[in-house]
Ligand binder design. Structure first.
Ligand SMILES: C[S@@+](CC[C@H](N)C(=O)[O-])C[C@H]1O[C@@H](n2cnc3c(N)ncnc32)[C@H](O)[C@@H]1O
Length: 422
């Protein structure tokens, strides 16, 4: 395997086939398939990192926990774990995924819930006053049914069960709305026939119940059911994790201005009243298009060269990328603080191109890590067969576009795993 010890430029590093997991589809295993989530980890990748770079007694942390892939795999492997994410939708999904429920109790709760469907009367909800954006995305008929489901789920006393059903409802919101199904961008599909909420909820919950049982049985068998595992709604730039408390970090930061998580999760965020407007919700996400800071000076030398090239072509892009590099600097500093000496950090990150300028985020991250005193152990290149991320940008607009567009060019077909030691 070619590694960074040979000091190769990243583009010359060969792809490591053992890290590509071609033809492997482990996303259905355990609770991984509870909820769609953009750019989520391939569980096999996390599994291999846990096996290669952690000790059984290590606390494993994920600074960008998303839908909790690292935490679920850590629990399967009997490692204590802690995750951080700024997105309350991520917190909800992760909580449901890391806390399996006794299958018999869960089935009984589900049956009780669906029995209540007989009481549904749309007239009870016709006066209901929700957010404008809910009216924008949902027909009144579907809105009333979702409001009914939401109310019944919220009345459950058991927090774990409540979160389990809230995740099922959150997952089906897109199918029951006018949102263009194949798109991560908020876009109405005028021809869409949204799915009936009751039918979608029952179907998806049944699948989740099956996965909950698999996970519960596995953890019971291995005696890892009570292995500590926690998600915190926090900013990765400044966490409440104790200094030196973490044995290994396994994480994948957001890509620079590719996903607007706030926009993507707005259906759940409005329904569950996590937000009243998108603007406030967007601003704390790293890698957002909506960052406000105007300063384009960054600490990394390579990062500054990239920003300077962008400044000549597109000032706004230059500012976004500069903010991204500054945020990465803050996150790496925080990682160094919480990691114990000799602990590893494993970062999965991809490069991209904007207006013809190569934004080498992986190389910049390596420079930042080394400047903080980390020692690079290995740089692995992998191709990404299964990750749900946009793959092409329109050459002219820089926006993600459809494959058939001849002006499109590939981005993120490969990504890097940076392994560094404190
Ligand atoms: C690439 S995704 C991580 C996906 C995750 N590996 C998984 O398997 O689900 C990046 C995550 O970073 C989160 N994020 C963005 N800005 C953040 C911040 N300032 N602090 C913590 N998390 C943040 C997003 O909410 C998103 O969940």
């Amino acid at each position: 395997m070619q590694t960074q010890r040979q000091n190769l430029p990243f583009e010359k590093i060969a792809v490591s086939p053992e890290w590509c997991f071609k033809n492997v589809r482990s996303i259905e295993q355990w609770t991984h398939g509870y909820h769609r989530y953009p750019a989520k980890f391939l569980p096999n990748l996390v599994k291999k990192l846990i096996e290669d770079y952690t000790q059984p007694t290590d606390m494993v942390a994920d600074f960008f926990a998303g839908c909790g892939t690292t935490l679920v795999e850590a629990k399967v492997h009997g490692r204590q774990s802690i995750g951080v994410d700024i997105n309350p939708v991520a917190e909800l999904i992760t909580n449901a995924k890391i806390n399996p429920i006794d299958p018999k109790k869960l089935e009984a709760k589900f049956q009780n819930l669906i029995k209540k469907f007989d009481d549904f009367d749309p007239k009870d909800y016709s006066e209901i006053n929700l957010h404008d954006r809910i009216d924008y995305w949902f027909s009144p008929r579907h809105k009333y049914k979702i409001a009914f489901l939401y109310e019944k789920i919220l009345s459950l006393r058991d927090k774990t069960a409540r979160e389990f059903f809230l995740v099922s409802l959150s997952h089906i919101l897109k199918n029951c709305s006018k949102w263009l199904q194949s798109s991560t961008k908020p876009q109405i599909d005028p021809d869409k026939k949204p799915t009936d909420p009751f039918i979608a909820f029952i179907t998806h919950t049944k699948q989740m119940i099956k996965r909950n049982k698999e996970f519960y049985d596995k953890l019971t068998e291995t005696d890892f059911l009570n292995t500590a595992c926690e998600i915190r709604l926090e900013d990765a730039r400044q966490t409440t994790l104790e200094s030196g408390s973490v044995g290994a970090i396994i994480t994948s930061p957001p890509y620079v201005t590719s996903y607007e998580y706030a926009d993507i999760h707005q259906l759940t965020a409005y329904w569950y009243e996590y937000i009243t407007d998108l603007q406030g919700f967007r601003k704390n996400f790293i890698g957002t298009f909506y960052s406000l800071n105007q300063n384009t000076t960054v600490d990394s030398t390579l990062g500054q060269q990239i920003v300077n090239q962008l400044l000549k072509k597109d000032k706004r892009k230059a500012k976004e990328v500069a903010n991204y590099f500054k945020d990465m600097q803050a996150v790496a500093t925080e990682m160094h603080r919480v990691l114990r000496t000799d602990g590893h950090t494993c970062l999965v990150i991809g490069n991209t191109t904007f207006v013809g300028v190569k934004v080498k985020s992986a190389e910049v991250f390596k420079e930042i890590l080394e400047s903080l005193g980390f020692n690079m152990v290995q740089v692995i290149k992998r191709s990404i067969p299964h990750k749900l991320i946009p793959t092409i940008r329109d050459k002219k607009t820089g926006k993600f576009s459809k494959l058939k567009n001849k002006d499109s060019k590939l981005v993120y077909p490969e990504e890097y795993i940076l392994i560094a030691k404190k």
